[in-house]
Design a protein. Structure first.
Length: 306
């Protein structure tokens, strides 16, 4: 039996195949069959002692059921160690009960994965009150990989104008903006978000003169509804910038929004391939493969779960 193998859900076939090829291990697509009443039948490939499952958790609900069923089949088939690679990890934003009766989805998903997997690997998890991914998944290995180096490499290949200002739309983006701007030797700024509703926000900058007549590069971790990015672009455009480009780590928005982004003044938008999307331009498979290398080399101890 092969010591390690990778399997993936159909929606993550692209990055799953890339990882299998890069790591030189067998790969297999997990088959999903939907019964007329909506139930799923899940069929996995041959289990290896260490089996890696690749599944990005955008549109997560059906995928969570599929992962649970796949894990059951793989454990029964002989997998002693299960590693989940979720380039985008959903259900992290609800990390507290903000109103009476609300479920804490982050805690529920944490419990599910702790009881299902031996290790979880993701990229730039959307954490607020949790200091580290290990706090979400106590008792198992958890890796929250940094995408900054990959984005830096892509931007250096562009030969950015030295007057470019790296911009984040809100305080949550500050870590990426500070890190990336420092590596590239560029000025940076972070806006203040004033939220009026789930889909209505305003972005303001304390020193709009910083952008005057120069190019701007907006960096954000997640774009879903697009409201924050549009508000940021409109604020920058009104400040007299010469151009606006954007890089997004997790592109969750519908592709039709690209037209609205263009109308707001965004010249180009690129994303990593953490989630399959037409804007994918920055590959993450090599940093995921680096994190998985010890699983393939046999340096992780695969033990039976009790």
């Amino acid at each position: 039996m092969t010591c390690a193998a990778i399997q993936w859900l159909p929606a993550s076939a692209g990055i799953g195949r890339q990882l299998a090829e890069r790591l030189g291990v067998p790969g297999h697509e997990i088959a999903l069959h939907r019964f007329p009443d909506g139930e799923l039948r899940v069929t996995v490939g041959p289990a290896a002692p260490t089996t890696i499952i690749c599944c990005s958790l955008n549109d997560p609900n059906e995928k969570l059921i599929a992962l649970l069923f796949a894990a059951e089949a793989l454990r029964r088939g002989g997998a002693r160690r299960l590693v989940l690679v979720a380039p985008y990890l959903g259900y992290m934003r609800q990390d507290a009960a903000f109103h009476a009766g609300e479920a804490i989805s982050q805690r529920a998903i944490g419990d599910l994965f702790v009881n299902t997997f031996d290790r979880v690997i993701t990229i730039e998890a959307h954490l607020h009150r949790a200091a580290a991914l290990e706090d979400v998944f106590p008792g198992i290995e958890a890796d929250n990989l940094n995408a900054t180096l990959v984005i830096e490499s892509a931007l250096r290949a562009d030969a950015l104008d030295s007057t470019t200002v790296v911009v984040g739309p809100d305080a949550e983006s500050r870590p990426w903006v500070n890190d990336l701007a420092g590596r590239l030797g560029l000025a940076h700024a972070v806006g203040e978000k004033i939220r009026r509703s789930d889909r209505s926000v305003q972005i303001v900058f304390s020193d709009p003169a910083l952008f005057l007549h120069g190019p701007v590069l907006v960096i954000d971790d997640i774009v879903s509804s697009g409201g924050t990015l549009i508000a940021c672009a409109e604020a920058l455009a009104s400040s007299g910038v010469s151009s606006i480009d954007a890089v997004v780590i997790h592109a969750l928005f519908p592709p039709e929004l690209l037209n609205e982004f263009g109308r707001a003044g965004i010249r180009s938008l690129r994303s990593t391939n953490s989630v399959p999307h037409p804007t994918n331009a920055i590959a993450l498979d090599h940093i995921l493969a680096d994190a998985l290398r010890r699983e393939v080399d046999g340096t992780s101890i695969a033990e039976n779960r009790v």
